[in-house]
Design a protein around this ligand. Structure first.
Ligand code: ATP
Ligand code: MG
Length: 472
């Protein structure tokens, strides 16, 4: 579409969007849920991301957002399966024929003094009042499915067509009410690939002090969504330019301006962002690892013959990443996977490695992590802006790793053809760390020589060990 054919007047844009929404095929279950809510003459509107994403041609979110002139208790009464996910603020989650529907009472709200939740909400009959308290014009659209009518009091349809994120009303006032909103703006800029309108952008940093007190879970969830964007760098840059990045990711912000060496076109910060962009968006662990893989660099940098070196940055980076992810209250399993990737990302490879060396590598890194580690390393290579020879070497190692994984050699203790019980029986030792150490020793031998992995040969290794232990 050429720029000239863009709908320039807001009313033109609204009508076009309305037609599009009328033509859209909504899930049958959504219709039936709305009918239930409307029963008795109530007003029910589709709002938020559900309207926005259809107009952007994006696949519908798992969750549907509805707004209605019904209080939470009345919503609950109409469905068998509901969860109160913010009932004090009017929101009930309805589970209905495979859909998840967030139904919120039309409301006006006061300030979010604790930067977490509005202190006070007032329910209202007026959907326009409800739309006025939303964060961005593109999120302040409401569609009445039954009447085929689009409410767009803030010209959100025009902003959507222009791909512009604009605060509803006075940006700084809106951000003061809820300091999460600047972070949502940055997230939407990345996820929806939209620009931030200048006055909105200028106000983002104005609530820094309040933003520092946000509930960490809300921040984490936004950052998580941001890292699923086509290019997370877009959102991270919005945050940095607003002076907000250092609030939540100071370790990353500290990488700005840290020069590298001739293998890199960018400083450590931009290299981290572009590596993250280059990682597969469906692999959250790899995206996070790519973003954090070099955060140990600022504190390990040394100059040697005019070049930056960063000895041990992967170990320091792993520690920093661990602390960062704990601070953001990531689930511990995910945190551990990310930290592991950061710690291992510097693995070396030479074509002359023996097969046993490749097996040792896979075993150390872990069978379950090796694919992610390759993805990370590829993203790292793509993010340096110079396209070094690393990708070819990496592909060669990947082929060899595949062969190791396909051949059924033991790479984990559980692949050994002897068990902990065998060790206890043969050596006469009780369950405990000794058993683990013996098994790990056997695994090392099997990785050197896979032919050892038979019950007979490992059994005889155990008997030799038992003899050695009995000798004075
Ligand atoms: P997504 O569901 O894709 O994360 P969304 O825009 O639907 O995006 P929700 O958190 O589901 O976001 O909220 C639904 C709607 O509620 C938003 O579109 C917006 O209109 C409003 N909203 C949500 N959070 C806020 C907020 N912090 N301030 C103002 N309005 C908000
Ligand atoms: Mg939503």
């Amino acid at each position: 579409m050429s720029a000239l054919s863009l709908p320039w007047t807001a009313e033109h844009a609204r009508r076009r969007a309305e037609r599009r929404l009328r033509d859209h095929v909504w899930p049958e279950a959504l219709h039936s849920a709305i009918e239930r809510l409307e029963h008795g003459g109530h007003r029910v509107l589709l709002v938020g991301g559900s309207v926005r994403d259809v107009l952007l041609g994006r696949p519908a979110d798992r969750r549907w957002d509805l707004a209605a002139d019904l209080p939470p208790a009345a919503v609950r009464e109409r469905f068998e399966r509901t969860e109160g996910i913010g009932e004090r603020h009017g929101t009930v989650l309805v589970l209905w024929e495979g859909l998840e529907i967030e139904c919120t009472t039309f409301r006006r709200e006061g300030e979010y003094a604790d930067a977490r939740r509005p202190d006070q909400v007032w329910f209202t009959e007026d959907p326009l009042e409800d739309l006025a308290r939303r964060d961005l014009t593109v999120n302040a659209l409401a569609f009445d499915i039954g009447r085929g009518e689009l409410l767009d009091p803030w010209d959100g349809a025009r902003d959507l067509a222009r791909r512009t994120l604009r605060a509803v009303g006075e940006p700084l006032d809106r951000f003061r009410e809820d300091a999460l909103r600047p972070l949502r703006v940055a997230r939407f800029a990345a996820v929806l690939e939209m620009d931030v309108e200048p006055a909105t952008r200028a106000a983002l940093g104005g609530v820094r002090d309040r933003a520092a007190h946000l509930a960490v879970e809300r921040v984490r969830d936004e950052l998580q969504k941001m890292l699923g964007a086509p290019k997370p760098s877009v959102g991270l840059e919005v945050l940095r330019e607003a002076g907000l990045l250092e609030l939540w990711l100071p370790e990353l912000a500290a990488c700005r301006g840290v020069p590298q060496n001739r293998f890199h076109a960018f400083d450590v910060y931009f290299h981290s962002l572009y590596s993250c962009d280059a990682a597969r968006p469906d692999k959250a662990d790899v995206r996070w690892a790519a973003l954090l893989h070099d955060i140990g660099k600022p504190d390990t940098r040394a100059e040697r013959a005019g070049e930056g070196t960063f000895h041990g940055h992967e170990q320091l980076g792993a520690r920093l990443a661990d602390a960062l992810l704990q601070r953001l209250r990531f689930p511990s399993a995910m945190r551990e996977r990310i930290v592991h990737l950061v710690r291992e990302h510097m693995f070396d490879y030479r074509p002359e490695w023996s097969d046993a060396a490749v097996r040792r590598f896979v075993s150390r890194v872990g069978v379950d992590s090796v694919a992610d580690l390759f993805d990370l390393r590829m993203a790292d290579a793509l993010g340096n802006g110079t396209r070094g020879p690393d990708t070819q070497r990496l592909a060669a190692l990947a082929r060899r790793v595949d062969r190791v994984l396909e051949s059924s050699t033991a790479l984990r203790v559980r692949d050994l053809r002897v068990s902990g019980e065998d060790v206890m029986r043969e050596l006469g030792v009780p369950a405990g760390p000794d058993v683990g150490r013996v098994l790990a020793g056997l695994l090392e031998e099997v990785i050197e020589d896979p032919a050892l992995n038979t019950p007979e040969r490992l059994g005889s290794r155990l008997r030799v060990l038992a003899d050695e232990r009995r000798r004075p």
